[in-house]
Ligand binder design. Structure first.
Ligand SMILES: NC(=O)c1ccc[n+]([C@@H]2O[C@H](COP(=O)([O-])OP(=O)(O)OC[C@H]3O[C@@H](n4cnc5c(N)ncnc54)[C@H](OP(=O)(O)O)[C@@H]3O)[C@@H](O)[C@H]2O)c1
Length: 256
């Protein structure tokens, strides 16, 4: 697949960009691409738990001379906790006075969770803990960033929800994952309906070669055909740069 996304003038603008789950997999690949399309004065927040992987990514970007005009912060937090979400919003808020013209929030962090028959989920704490990261933190983080950077005229606002085929399709024993992805999809459709100033996209990135897929293979023995993360991230980048999707839409890797 061609790596050429656009003419070199193509840009996401002077951006406050937040990518959750940037330490690995799809989020990491996307961070590399995004950094090449941000204008001077942009701020990129790389969010995940693993401080060392985030730091390594930042250094990688530096050595590849990506994002030279950016301020890059590694935000090492656990997004399933109140503090983790608050620290991320606070870090974004520190740049409130920067003259940015685009807020781009990529809600990518997620976990697979337990793959077990429905009747095994009798522990409320276990279920709540899964939903804390995969549903609640996404809502609270997006709401917090919306408060910090109110969508006003002249400010482009984009939210990406990393979705999945399983937001729409029921898969036996995947009740946690399917339910969380379906809930996120509706959450962002509500945001799109409520606030026309915010462009919302649910992107289903297709099967990719990541740690999550390694876990799926180990737990289920199923081996999907996997695409490189960069290929899927490139498709998402093109959608964001073209910016002609309908707010609230669900776009799938295989349809693009
Ligand atoms: N891989 C696929 O085939 C596939 C297919 C369809 C959809 N998706 C979706 O695409 C997105 C990316 O998937 P992926 O395969 O790249 O996943 P991955 O390799 O498992 O990476 C998940 C990312 O989320 C971060 N994360 C996990 N728990 C966190 C927590 N509590 N707090 C903060 N960050 C946390 C991880 O970083 P740390 O461990 O450092 O915290 C990592 O950066 C997910 O939303 C996934 O559901 C993936």
């Amino acid at each position: 697949m061609s790596e050429v996304l656009h003419a070199s003038t193509s840009t996401l603008g002077r951006c406050m960009c937040i990518i959750t789950g940037a330490s690995k997999g799809f989020g990491r690949a996307l961070a590399h691409l995004v950094s090449q399309h941000l204008k001077l004065g942009s701020v990129l927040l790389l969010v995940a738990r693993s401080k060392s992987l985030l730091q390594e990514l930042k250094e990688e970007m530096h050595s590849l001379k990506e994002g030279q005009d950016l301020t890059v912060h590694c935000v090492s937090v656990d997004l399933s906790t109140k503090e983790g979400v608050k620290d991320t919003v606070d870090m974004a808020r520190q740049h409130k006075e920067n003259e940015i013209d685009h807020v781009l929030l990529v809600n990518n962090a997620a976990s697979l969770g337990d793959i077990s028959p429905f009747e095994s989920f009798t522990d409320l704490d276990q279920v709540n803990s899964y939903l804390a990261l995969n549903v609640s933190s996404t809502l609270v983080l997006t709401a917090g960033v919306l408060q910090a950077f109110p969508p006003i005229s002249g400010l482009r606002w984009s939210v990406v929800n990393c979705s999945s085929t399983f937001a729409l399709q029921a898969l036996p024993s995947w009740v946690l994952y399917c339910s969380a992805k379906a809930a996120r999809e509706m959450m962002f459709r509500v945001l799109a309906a409520e606030n026309p100033s915010v462009k919302v996209l649910s992107y289903s990135p297709g099967p990719m070669d990541t740690e999550m897929q390694e876990t799926i293979r180990r737990l289920t023995g199923v081996q999907y055909h996997l695409n490189p993360c960069r290929e899927s991230a490139t498709k998402l980048m093109k959608v964001l740069l073209d910016n002609d999707f309908a707010s609230g839409a669900h776009l799938d890797f295989f349809q693009l």
